[in-house]
Design a protein around this ligand. Structure first.
Ligand code: GDG
Length: 462
């Protein structure tokens, strides 16, 4: 049996006791690594004065954890720079937020090369290599330069942009050429796959074969759709755990019979938070009878707090929430509870279940796991309603959510009205459809189908 080698920017090893605090993705990847006796390779999370080529290794449960550090320049120009300030906004269709700086892409390719140099000596002939996400697109190209011929797969967790959007990136061809060093590329949705195929045909003068394989830059590769899932059974179970029940009861008590609308997102400008708050404001304006009856709880832990755009979005949200609260609040009711901190997963599970509406309205999102977690944590006897952006990858799977255009504030207001008054029978029917999907297409199914296909794809390009 081949070993599995996972390469990702961050390595998140779930400890034996804190499974509940690690994300489902980390747990699923770790389970596969245990099965295949593999290696998880990535950044240690440390930023040091001067980086050596040394790789730190440790062995946990038959899995080898191999990490490398970043220098301050790497952190600024590769991680905060090209990854978070260039590729992240661009791939989410936010050219207005994208920073183009030659130091950034130079450093990006250099750090990707350093990852490849660190990894290559650890590889064995039959290994199966699986690289994750936009921070490490150029990793396989560097491995190929070093003569590595094993199968290498790549999964993009975020959207792939339309060709004309990607074309705004200086040297965009170099990035897509780097993708052609893989044998299999996985996307979250059919929309992303089509955007990639369009780029290959219209920008790279490539072609699609009858078997669906793509040819460009002198190589032929496979690309497919692999929508990521969650551990739905675990989330459902977690929503009845003692900690979840405590949070459910705490929340229900404090709501005193009012209805709860819940949003849970990393604080990020792609998540559509100002638009969401504006929709709730208009909902209160248009429906005076609902004032005092409904509360919107937005949990938004900070992320990437040292990037300027993230500091700005935080300030924008704080001021919008403050303004709406001072406009509508009463002595015994505050319309928006905005919480800028993170909660343990079990507490989140209880909050999901205490909500009548899950409001998930990103402007663009690869998948959005919160949508799936909300569904999995509902009480089957009295489920809440999911309002979901058409621009979240999850909308291609969760058809019985109330699908909205997050840019159209009135559309979101209408959905809020519909959700808050939806009869139990319709709620249950919609929920059952979504629950069947998140249970069937769970994170293990996602992982196994990608790894299964990677084992089968032809190797070695043309
Ligand atoms: C990227 C892509 C794609 C949130 N707040 C807390 C907390 N969370 C957890 C959620 C969920 C995860 O973080 C967020 O996942 P999303 O999928 O919603 O979004 P990204 O972080 O942007 O993830 C995305 C994903 O990769 C996987 O491929 O779906 O499109 O952008 O699991 O529950 N967790 C805890 N406390 C919080 O306060 N413990």
């Amino acid at each position: 049996m081949s070993r599995l080698i996972v390469v990702s920017n961050r390595v998140a090893v779930p400890g034996p006791k804190d499974k509940a605090s690690a994300g489902g993705l980390a747990v699923a990847i770790y389970a596969a690594l245990k099965k295949y006796e593999g290696i998880w390779f990535g950044w240690s999370g440390k930023v040091v004065e001067s980086v050596s080529t040394a790789i730190h290794t440790e062995h946990v449960d038959g899995v080898t954890i191999a990490t490398t550090d970043l220098s301050h320049e790497d952190y600024d120009e590769y991680y905060n720079g090209f990854a978070n300030s260039t590729l992240w906004p661009l791939f989410h269709y936010r050219i207005d937020h994208a920073a183009f700086d030659r130091r950034f892409d130079k450093r990006y390719y250099r750090v990707n090369a350093r990852f490849a140099y660190g990894l290559a000596p650890l590889l064995e002939e039959d290994d199966l290599i699986w690289v994750h996400d936009f921070q490490l697109i150029a990793c396989a190209e560097e491995l190929r330069r070093m003569g590595i011929e094993q199968r290498i797969g790549f999964f993009l967790h975020i959207p792939f942009p339309a060709p004309q959007v990607l074309a705004t990136l200086p040297n965009h061809q170099a990035l897509v050429r780097a993708l052609f060093a893989y044998d299999l590329i996985g996307f979250q949705t059919a929309t992303d796959l089509v955007a990639f195929q369009d780029y290959v045909i219209y920008e790279a003068a490539g072609s699609i074969g009858e078997d669906g394989r793509l040819t460009a830059f002198g190589r032929t590769i496979c690309a497919g759709v692999y929508p990521i899932g969650i551990d739905a059974d675990e989330m459902a179970e977690m929503s009845w755990s003692a900690e979840a029940v405590r949070h459910f009861e705490r929340m229900t008590r404090s709501m005193a019979g009012r209805k709860l609308i819940l949003g849970v997102d990393r604080l990020d400008y792609t998540k559509g938070l100002p638009e969401r708050v504006a929709a709730f404001e208009r909902f209160l304006e248009n429906n005076p009878g609902n004032r005092g009856q409904v509360t919107f709880l937005q949990i938004a832990p900070s992320s990437r707090g040292d990037v300027k755009d993230y500091i700005e979005i935080r300030e924008e949200l704080e001021s919008a929430a403050g303004r709406i609260n001072s406009r509508f609040a009463d002595v015994d009711w505050v319309p928006i509870r905005y919480v800028n901190r993170s909660y343990p997963r079990r507490s989140l599970a209880g909050l999901y279940r205490a909500s009548q509406v899950g409001l998930v309205t990103p402007l663009r999102d690869g998948m959005n796991l919160v949508a799936k977690e909300f569904v999995a944590a509902q009480d089957p006897e009295d489920p809440g309603v999911l309002i979901l952006s058409q621009f979240a990858g999850a909308a291609e799977q969760l058809h019985s959510a109330l699908i909205v255009n997050p840019y159209d504030i009135d559309n979101v207001v209408d959905a809020l009205n519909k959700a808050l008054h939806m009869p139990l029978e319709e709620r249950t029917e919609r929920w059952r459809g979504m629950m069947a999907t998140v249970t069937r297409d769970n994170v293990s199914a996602w992982r196994d189908s990608f790894v299964g296909d990677l084992l089968k794809v032809p190797v070695g390009g043309v």
